[in-house]
Design a protein around this ligand. Structure first.
Ligand SMILES: *Cc1c(COP(=O)(O)O)cnc(C)c1O
Length: 326
């Protein structure tokens, strides 16, 4: 199951120490996992999920892929790129109305050849079935990748990522105590958690919630728990998961999804100006701010090795240039 992936990106992504930033927080050693460098149209965490989806699409013989997201969705941009590379027709269902100018991820999805549909207020893929039926009526055979790519198959991308990490830790003779990650549709979080348990690593996962609104009728931790239960069965993990295992930190999502505050800006500037690494304004900067807040307030055990898992999202910076300059 975990071998059924179609190669799309550059793996393993680099695992590096952040030397300059570690000096700012002398009680900790800070590391970064560079999934922003996973290849495929400027990279990001969705490439790992897409390797499993695209394998499934090609194996089952579908010719068309649809998925949904926000207008600045990194997931949609990476899906468009994956389809371009594998010769599949791509349809994206994006929240909101057609803007006058295309920018950031929306522009790139367009350049990558995706067919773009605007869904108005239904910004979490509510209309995906309707679009699927319309395309099927035109003779297409349509594979649906869920919102954010977060079902169990997508989460396998991050189970697999833990295997990759484990090998790097062995090679670098390194032990990681904590991983910080941005969590929004839950697949990354669930996959990492399952992977940590499957591969027997002693790492405390600290997922930072990005979007204060849940998924459909579920809260994000409920959605993550569902994936943990499914994965536990499929992968034969000897563990009984409870809602505590799906817990995520909600302290930083209050401004709402895609609202850039001084916290996100501070996080972007700090990493950019200390390490020359660019975060994105919606996801990774919010999670990075959360990590800095934990470090500053000494909420982690002393001398811990702390890993920030960079999930990508660079193109969105250009869309939010006005907010970022303020
Ligand atoms: C999608 C995304 C996330 C969140 O991943 P989920 O699996 O949806 O929780 C985090 N960071 C970036 C940059 C993303 O595009």
């Amino acid at each position: 199951m975990l071998n059924n992936k179609h190669k799309l990106g550059f793996f393993p992504t680099p695992l590096e120490r952040m030397d300059n930033l570690s000096k700012e927080y002398p009680n900790y050693n800070l590391f970064i996992k560079r999934d922003d460098n996973s290849g495929l149209a400027s990279g990001g965490n969705k490439v790992r999920k897409l390797q499993f989806f695209i394998y499934d699409v090609l194996y089952k013989g579908f010719d068309t892929v649809i998925t949904a997201g926000a207008q600045q969705s990194n997931h949609c941009r990476q899906t468009a790129a994956a389809c371009a590379k594998t010769g599949l027709e791509c349809h994206l269902l994006l929240g909101g109305n057609k803007p006058k100018n295309y920018n950031g991820n929306l522009l790139l999805s367009h350049m990558l050849g995706a067919n773009i549909h605007f869904a108005g207020d239904n910004r979490k893929g509510e209309d995906i079935l309707k679009l699927k039926q319309e395309l099927e009526a035109k003779g297409r055979s349509v594979y649906e990748i869920p919102y954010g790519g977060s079902n169990l198959l997508g989460a396998y991308g991050f189970v697999d990522a833990v295997k990759e990490l484990k090998k790097q830790l062995l090679e670098q003779n390194l032990k990681i105590d904590y991983i910080f990650i941005a969590s929004s549709s839950g697949g990354t979080q669930a996959g990492l958690k399952l992977g940590i348990d499957l591969y027997g690593l002693d790492i405390h996962l600290i997922p930072i919630s990005i979007d204060k609104i849940g998924l459909g009728d579920k809260t994000l931790d409920e959605a993550v728990l569902e994936l943990l239960h499914q994965g536990q069965k499929e992968l034969n993990i000897q563990k009984d998961y409870s809602i505590n295992d799906a817990e995520l930190i909600r302290d930083y999502d209050k401004p709402g999804y895609g609202v850039i505050t001084k916290n996100e800006k501070m996080a972007i500037k700090q990493l950019a100006q200390k390490e020359g690494i660019l975060l994105d304004p919606v996801y990774s900067s919010r999670a990075f701010y959360g990590m800095l807040d934990y470090l500053k307030n000494n909420k982690l055990k002393k001398n811990a090795n702390v890993l920030f898992w960079h999930t990508g999202g660079l193109p969105a910076n250009f869309y939010y240039s006005e907010e970022l300059l303020k």
